[in-house]
Design a protein around this ligand. Sequence first.
Ligand code: GLC
Ligand code: GLC
Length: 825
Amino acid sequence: MKFGHFDDANREYVIETPRTPYPWINYLGTQGFFSLISNTAGGYSFYKDARLRRITRYRYNNVPIDMGGRYFYINDNGTIWNPGWSPVKTELDSYECRHGMGYTIITGKKNDLKAQVTFFVPQDYDGEVQQVVLTNEGSAPKTFKFWSFAEWCLWDAQDDCTNFQRNFSTGRVEIKDSTIYHKTEYRDRRNHFAFYSVNDKIDGYDTDRDTFIGLYNGFHNPQKVLDGTCGNSLADGWSPIASHYKEITLAAGESKTLVFVLGYVEMPVEQKFEADGKTINKEKALAMIEKYNTPEKFAAGMKELRAYWDKLLGILNVNTPEDKVNRMVNIWNQYQCMVTFNLSRSASYFESGIGRGMGFRDSNQDILGFVHQIPDRARERLIDIASTQLPDGGCYHQYQPLTKKGNADIGGDFSDDPLWMILSVSAYIKETGDWSILDAKVPYDNDESKAKSMLDHLTVSFYHIVNNLGPHGLPLAMRADWNDCINLSCFSDTPGESFQTYTNPKFKAEGGYSKVAESVFVAALFTYVGPNFVGILNHLGKVDEAAKAQEQIDKMKKVMMESAWDGNWFMRAYDAYGKKMGSKECEEGQIFIEPQGFAIMSDIDKDATKKTLAAIDERLNTKHGLVLNNPAFSKYYIEYGEISTYPGGYKENAGIFTHNNAWIICAAAYAGEGDQAFKYYSEIAPAYTEETSDLHKTEPYVYGQMIGGKDAGSDIGQTGKNFGQGKNSWLTGTAAWNMVAISQYILGIQPDFDGLKVDPSIPANWDGFTATRLFRGAKYNITIKNPSHVCKGVKSMVVDGAAVEGCVVPYVEGKKEVNVEITLG
Ligand code: GLC
Ligand code: GLC
């Protein structure tokens, strides 16, 4: 069942009912100011850091779901409603929500009154702008009452929802003309305030929540809205809000447009106040309001936003026989990559924004899907991330976006972290040809005095693996590898201990983790990522160092075949007892997805590749995607850690963890199995799940982290229940990796050090496809023909009329347009 449809021409998803199976959200803002907005206008805003600089309040896990947002209330002679249906939930005569690229349009209609609200965050602007168009579609004049509503968060979202003994007494506001200013702690130690304005005269306001809503009412029935009035309340502690009140009369057919701004302002300390030393200096705020105070200016801002996305999405454009592929590649997957790049795993409807900062491995992987969009921002990010690295190549697992410092609470020793850095820097160089990044001076542990070149960072990353091998010569597993929930040194038996950070006393003397437990996944990642490092060294003419590194890679491949090959697939690990994990010898968890894809793409062994792909198809594949492991764990294995705490079929315990589905898609494509690759791609690609949105639940335009696996429900004796149900949408490495999988492996358009490589691995029944790709200043017009209906194999390549050997289009400086014609066969 569908709850809406794609409008590809406008790049929108059009939601046709407010009762989606879960709130379906969008993100506004791509720079500093961000808003989350659901299809009923729920959600919240923040500046840069969803925890430390939260602007509006949101209650997670609320009952009913998704309460709190920016709401407009209408009281039309006793009929009370919201344009987005919620929170009042009066049945509307019509409803529609259009989530687009950086904007959302919600339209509701009741009793001939139509309210269309457009929300967006303009470019280079720290605020959400909202345009409300009210139209009387009836034949008689209409008089009604109208309120806006936003609830302030007292800045630190964590403190805001816990420290009530203080917070109920600190809230402060100021009102001037039609603008409500939120200035809690501004007098003292904060140099920022927020405001909510409207470009029209108001008939009143409220800033005290209890006055507006009433202590025993809710968002669904605010007392003032019921009464058809306002309290002109001035918050002094408790919960400050911002609500404008207006009485409106519209003649038949008449429209009224109001433009609201929810803004954030930072002030230099010496300019914070007016001459009286306590009134907010509003100069900057007024300039912001002025910028969007008419419908014309609003329209211009929207046009600019569209142009911005035209440009970003113009970099890669494909035309394949599958509409759903085109829609994912050209629009939604790229859009999601921007969101994950900006927000990492911090703020979504499943991530509270108070839990964690940016992940080292997450942000590095996010670069892979984003780098072609804005390489300059990717470069800056790479340097920020690398600056948190430790001199021995180890990494803080997370860092805070506001301070850009490594997060000591969680610490380091995640065995895979350093490798992702090599992969992301390589991807940046392949995209841009900007080798100078390797010379950039980058601090260690944010200490400028310890700065060394980026190349040095890559070198210590590579050798951090080599220098931390276990008894079989495989990398030590440490606290966890990519799978945060395989914790082979934790042995936790006490509730509340973090599986990722708890140090079991038995490993204290060894540095905090077992020197026996080894990760086959990290080994496979090493052999996949390593050649990039070698390629870089060779390019720089450091052939001896390159040869030395290659030796380590070759050695690791050998070890993998000797000690990690299980006969039909690669094992997952050796645990702290030196016992096999992810082997046919195990009772549960005999096969894991993670090492397989990277092992295949490392060309370790042809026969192993074949067997592994077959085993994946047989043991892991389902109609809703590939499960992470099989069989699921049905009890707690203290020696494995968090993975076995999840009921079977969810999350890392045999859930369909979509992130690593992409690695298999890449691997199958790499191995020439285009049909198999595409099958896995279409099992999880959101556009393909649209038809079953009632089951899938989450947004059909973006990936989620997880889909219930075939074992879902096994814990309650109802195996198969919730199989196919999505969770944790939006912020997932799946966005970047599936962008890579479809564009670079299936469609085969892959930036390489020496130029653009084009080596598709497509479904055999495709006749071909076309694509345009902007790459290092030139536009590549690519045509792929598949007359013999093969999956893979470039039979001939013609570049600007001349035949070229191989499948890498040689890079020619200064060329503006390149025509590439490839025939498969
Ligand atoms: C989450 C984490 C990611 C990790 C994955 C598997 O998505 O953000 O870093 O690799 O879970 O545990
Ligand atoms: C939890 C999640 C996992 C995440 C980890 C680290 O274990 O299940 O997905 O990666 O926390 O934040």
